[in-house]
Design a protein around this ligand. Structure first.
Ligand SMILES: Nc1nc2c(c(=O)[nH]1)N[C@H]1C(S)=C(S)[C@@H](COP(=O)(O)O)O[C@H]1N2
Ligand SMILES: [Mo]
Length: 306
């Protein structure tokens, strides 16, 4: 899936200059395929299908999406991750998939890349802080990986864990939240076709600050559910802890569905600002994905299960 030739189309329209530079860098490393499990950063991805789940809204400029980040392992400043994650070692990479499954397994980056056809999914993502973005993510439904490991009937939830390496992440000490960063989904949320296991964006493998080499994107939930740099996925019977509800249970719950009617205790969630835009816009229920996901929460009090 990693290509060695220049891409065919669209590159000239949407590809920023650095991508061309990166491509040259990649062409200078022709032996990648000889090192299975390596997760190269900034490499052009080929054979990426367009997804019908994409929004046709204006895509957030690459520069905003990669220089205004939340990745507390690399500091709490928005511009810190781009700088401090630069040298994160992402190869070799392994994700341990365990818990209530018939076939527990460790996937390396190559395994992940080969599991299912890659799709470009242009999704909105809404941060709980009040900003949002529209990103051409690349990946495939998480359910493709889940099916590989055959969850048992005891698997009711899925717990995710990010890499934590204090040596590579010295700024994490001052972030004020516990590490490793953990997140969770209910099994039906994890199996939902919108839930994306993400390996790239803007036509390339993920930049480190965006969660290289593998992250989650759950577009109807606040951005913090979209956990970065995943090293462990565990199927559990009980609802797993999540970093933000652990850090501040008054303010953050397990579900964290985007909901303009339920304010954060300290600010309204009614509006949001798209990165790169000036005027605010109304936030949509389930971030605009209600037609696809509202049913998952039928009968639940969304004020209680926030
Ligand atoms: N491991 C880890 N994953 C994380 C975070 C984090 O601090 N650490 N921040 C979350 C938050 S709050 C948001 S809004 C999104 C931001 O993703 P982006 O930087 O690609 O926009 O990542 C989420 N995933
Ligand atoms: Mo966020």
């Amino acid at each position: 899936m990693l290509i060695r030739k220049p891409p065919q189309i669209r590159a000239s329209e949407i590809t920023p200059k650095h991508v061309y530079l990166n491509r040259r860098k990649f062409l200078a490393v022709p032996a990648l395929a000889a090192f299975p499990g390596l997760a190269p950063a900034g490499v052009r991805l080929a054979d990426v299908r367009k997804s019908p789940f994409s929004t046709d809204e204006k895509i957030t400029p690459y520069q905003h999406a990669t220089h205004y980040n939340n990745f507390y392992e690399f500091g709490t400043g928005k511009e810190q991750p781009a700088e401090l994650a630069k040298n994160l070692r992402i190869s070799p990479w392994a994700i341990s998939v365990e818990g209530h499954v018939a076939r527990p397994r460790v996937f390396d980056f190559d395994d992940i890349m080969k599991l299912a056809p890659l799709e470009e999914r242009i999704y909105r993502l809404r941060c709980v802080e009040g900003w949002s973005m529209v990103i051409p993510w690349i990946g495939y439904p998480l359910n493709a990986l889940i099916r590989q490991v055959e969850p048992t009937s005891k698997a009711k939830y899925v717990a995710f864990e990010s890499l934590y390496d204090s040596k590579q992440m010295p700024a994490a000490r001052w972030a004020g939240i516990p590490f490793p960063y953990v997140e969770g989904l209910r099994m039906d949320e994890a199996m939902h076709p919108l839930t994306l296991l993400c390996v790239g964006m803007y036509g390339e493998t993920l930049p480190n600050q965006s969660g290289a080499p593998v992250r989650l994107v759950v577009p109807w939930k606040y951005g913090f559910k979209s956990i970065k740099s995943i090293v462990k996925i565990k199927f559990t019977e009980k609802q797993p802890p999540t970093t933000w509800s652990r850090a501040n249970p008054q303010e953050y719950g397990f579900y964290s569905n985007v909901n303009p009617q339920v304010d954060h205790p300290r600010w309204s969630q009614a509006k949001e600002r798209r990165l790169g835009e000036f005027f605010k816009r109304n936030t949509l229920m389930f971030n605009g994905y209600g037609d696809q996901v509202a049913q998952l929460y039928a009968g639940m009090d969304l004020r209680k299960y926030y």
